[in-house]
Design a protein around this ligand. Structure first.
Ligand code: AVJ
Length: 333
């Protein structure tokens, strides 16, 4: 039950790669090739935004005045973290897509105060961000066993091992990056690494006024545009591609019918890009677009409807006073 405090763990011990992460370049090549082959709309998986520069640009986005989700969620968690911890009574906190892991601390502090903290796990695609979070959290929570798993939350949840006394955090509205049709399968995979009574806290960005959403993804300083173009730099660096990011305009818009924001890159001129390690060439005419991200928005009604048959139940729905963002506490039945 109670873990003996571990000595300071070196990165090499505490950060584990999933087998898929070891094949990361092959996987990336295949996903990029398949995505760019889609018609009418070529696509790139949005996880490839997040090299070191991409992580830094996302951090900058979270500080923009127009980008309400980050600070709104922080307000909700500051208010409710203690009650969530009391409801679930976890000994382990897990964060999916943890990035630099600041919000996890609301929960770690609450669990520590109650004397329950045994272990922390983070599943994150960016190895650099993960190594830094593991080192910081191990330093600040020396009584906990801290483990990082390099992996993709869409495919690598099994690497977390069996649950029991577990609270999984999936913050920032990142669930919006999954297509709505992927949610039932994703929830089933989450349920499989939880035991009855364990918790899953999901940050959900809400359907709202179109102008507000438009501003959040088209900031006046152009940080989001640079974040969007960064995916092409990642393809250049990792797959040997020859994109000129300045051949592309940033485009982001809300689709009220699908209730999602789409980000795209639109070619300013006709061009050919070679992506040698993906074994493909992309030919675009001026005005042609590549979809780089979906960010789905939900409501108090549409979100729980995706839980059916998953083994997870909605226990609490916590929002800010303006109903911009929600934290949904789900429990494994
Ligand atoms: C990673 C899903 C939280 O969709 O709002 C920010 C990423 N994209 N600006 C989002 C993002 C453009 C973000 N999430």
């Amino acid at each position: 039950m109670h873990q003996v405090p571990q000595p300071q763990v070196r990165h090499g011990d505490a950060v584990r790669r999933t087998r898929r992460a070891d094949q990361a370049l092959d996987t990336m090549a295949a996903e990029v090739r398949d995505g760019l082959a889609r018609r009418p709309l070529p696509e790139l998986p949005c996880k490839y935004f997040y090299d070191e520069r991409g992580c830094a640009l996302f951090e900058e986005i979270t500080r923009l005045p127009e980008y309400y989700p980050a600070r709104t969620e922080a307000g909700i968690l500051a208010e409710h973290a203690d009650a969530i911890v009391d409801a679930v009574a976890p000994v382990e906190i897990v964060e999916l897509g943890s990035g630099v892991s600041r919000k996890i601390r609301f929960f770690l502090d609450a669990v520590r105060c109650r004397g329950w903290l045994e272990s922390i796990q983070m599943l994150e695609f960016s190895e650099a961000a993960l190594a830094e979070s593991v080192a910081r959290l191990q330093h600040d929570y020396p009584e906990a066993r801290v483990r990082g798993v390099v992996g993709d939350f869409a495919s690598d949840l099994a690497a977390l091992g069996p649950g029991g006394g577990r609270l999984i955090l999936f913050l920032a509205g990142t669930i919006g990056n999954l297509h709505p049709e992927e949610l039932p399968g994703f929830f089933r995979q989450v349920a499989a690494v939880l035991e009855p009574g364990d918790g899953f806290l999901v940050g959900v960005d809400l359907v709202k006024d179109e102008a507000c959403l438009h501003a959040a993804y088209n900031d006046s300083q152009g940080v989001t545009a640079e974040f969007n173009r960064n995916i092409l730099r990642v393809l250049n660096a990792r797959l040997g591609a020859d994109f000129d990011p300045w051949d592309f305009d940033h485009r982001a818009f809300y689709d009220p019918k699908r209730q999602w924001v789409e980000m795209r890159l639109r070619a300013r001129r006709s061009l050919q890009a070679h992506i040698p390690k993906a074994g493909t060439t992309l030919a675009l005419r001026a005005g042609d677009e590549i979809r780089t991200e979906l960010s789905c928005k939900y409501t108090r009604e549409t979100f729980p409807s995706r839980l059916r048959g998953s083994g997870l139940e909605l226990e609490r729905w916590m929002t800010d006073p303006q109903d911009l963002f929600a934290s949904a506490l789900l429990r494994r039945r």
